[in-house]
Each structure stands twice: as structure tokens, then as C-alpha cells.
Design a protein. Structure first.
Length: 267
């Protein structure tokens, strides 16, 4: 994962500067402030996935501009959206832990499915024009990996260790084991732990969590019951099409993970 510009060192420097300037913020709060400084993560749709602080960030404008530039650089150079990284970590501060995937990969996959249904498109998961593009998914996966394995209250330290490849901090969990860690945590690997297969338990977890997000989609806009929303929106034929698009999206997502796992073992 070599870059012409060391984006991850720039990220570490930004985090260090924010901590020095705002010593009263603990590490988790620093991540929350960064996440809330991004306007798209305060929109109404996030009430579904993030039932906690959506208020304006206290981050000074100079840091917002620096973060915005770094976020674009990370997407261009490393294919990682840092907004998705911070959001996936920040959701763990919610008391409603069941919804963590809605603010991460399940939300991206679900919006991808609904966009393909609404627009009658055939975009693939991971493609640049998809609402589940590769940079977003990498950010989701990285955020999940960090949140799942970081010591409690050490969010900033975990982000830095993860991207610097410090294997000691989280027992081998770094960006260099991105796909293996995610696949292992979701039970997507075969019995030998080397290959993603369609028969493993994790495949159904991915599908179920993404479908749950689809059922919640836009609930805050009209207040209908989440248990009835899908049937209210779609007739039987339309629901079948949504399910077909969902199966296709999960298959494409698992293919991305499987290829990543294989590439990591070949390093």
C-alpha cells in the first residue's frame, strides 16, 4: 500500500494537532468532532443509523479545511473515504449497538440497492458511480476493524496504529490485514481461514443486516413502522426485484472481500 504521498502520516499529524489544540476532548470525542464536521453526516437520513449526537462540530474552520483536503487525498491515493472510517467508529458510542452496520457497510449496500431499483440501473458494488463505491466500502471496513479491536477509549491511537501498520496495538489488526480481519469478524472465511465462500454463515449476516437497513430507509421522513415499511413501499413484484438486487449486491461485495483476502495472503 505504497503512496506517492504518505496520506496516513498526514492523518496522524492532523489527529495529533487536534488533540494538542483541544486537550479537553478525549480520543473518542476527537473522532466524533471530526465526523460531525462533515455536513453530509448531519443530514436527516442519519437519524436512522446514528441515534445520538448530530449537532454541529466545535472543530475550528482551519481543521475542517485540512480534513476536507486530506479526505479527498485519501480517496484519490488510497481509495479510502475517511468520513466512513470515522462514522463507523463513532456509531459505537451509540447505546443502540444493533444499528452499527446501518452507519457502515449495510447502509452503503442498502442505498446502492435502492438506487439501482429506483433508477433501473445496473451499477456494480465498488464501481465509482455506485453509492457503495470502493472508497466508501474500504472506509466502512477499516472503521469496523478499528472499532471492533481498539482498546476502549483509544479511538485516535487505534486509527494511527491501524494505518501505520503497528501490529502490536491491536494484536495484528492493521490496514494490511483489512479484508482478513473483516472477513474473520463476520464469519466469512472457510474452516481453514483462508478463503471466502458463499456457504459460510457470514453471507447471511451481510444480507440480513442490509435488508434491515432497506426496511428502515426513510422511516424518519414519514414516521411509519419499520416492520411495515418495505411492504408499504413495494408490491410483491417490486419486493422480489429488490431482493434480487440485494442478493446481487451481497455477491459483489463478498467478491471484493474474497479478492482482498487472497491478495493479503499473497503479500
Amino acid at each position: 500500500m505504497d503512496s506517492e504521498i504518505d496520506v496516513f502520516e498526514e492523518l496522524a499529524a492532523l489527529l495529533a494537532d487536534v488533540r494538542r489544540a483541544h486537550a479537553h476532548w478525549n480520543e473518542d470525542e476527537v473522532i466524533s468532532q471530526l465526523r460531525r464536521s462533515m455536513p453530509e453526516y448531519r443530514q436527516a437520513i442519519w437519524r436512522i443509523a446514528m441515534p445520538f449526537s448530530r449537532g454541529d462540530s466545535q472543530l475550528p474552520d482551519s481543521y475542517r479545511e485540512r480534513l476536507s483536503q486530506l479526505r479527498q487525498l485519501a480517496a484519490d491515493v488510497e481509495q479510502v473515504d475517511l468520513g466512513h472510517v470515522f462514522t463507523s467508529i463513532d456509531i459505537r458510542q451509540s447505546i443502540d449497538i444493533v444499528r452499527d452496520a446501518y452507519a457502515s457497510w449495510a447502509g452503503d449496500l442498502g442505498t446502492h440497492v435502492l438506487a439501482n431499483f429506483t433508477n433501473q440501473a445496473e451499477l456494480e458494488v465498488g464501481s465509482p458511480d455506485s453509492l457503495a463505491c470502493l472508497a466508501d466500502l474500504h472506509g466502512d471496513i477499516d472503521g469496523d476493524n478499528i472499532a471492533n479491536h481498539m482498546p476502549k477509549g483509544r479511538a485516535v491511537s487505534a486509527v494511527v496504529a491501524y494505518y501505520r501498520g503497528d501490529e502490536a496495538f491491536m494484536d495484528g489488526v492493521t490496514v494490511h490485514s483489512r479484508f482478513r480481519t473483516f472477513a474473520r469478524d463476520l464469519d466469512l472465511l472457510d474452516d481453514d481461514g483462508y478463503v471466502c465462500t458463499a456457504e459460510v454463515h457470514g453471507w447471511q449476516i451481510l444480507r440480513n443486516r442490509t435488508r434491515e437497513f432497506i426496511e428502515f430507509d426513510e422511516i424518519d421522513l414519514d414516521g411509519r413502522s419499520p416492520l411495515k415499511l418495505l411492504s408499504d413501499l413495494f408490491d410483491e413484484e417490486a419486493q422480489a426485484k429488490v431482493n434480487d438486487l440485494l442478493d446481487m449486491a451481497i455477491e459483489q461485495f463478498v467478491a471484493i472481500i474474497a479478492a482482498g483476502v487472497e491478495g493479503e495472503w499473497e503479500r
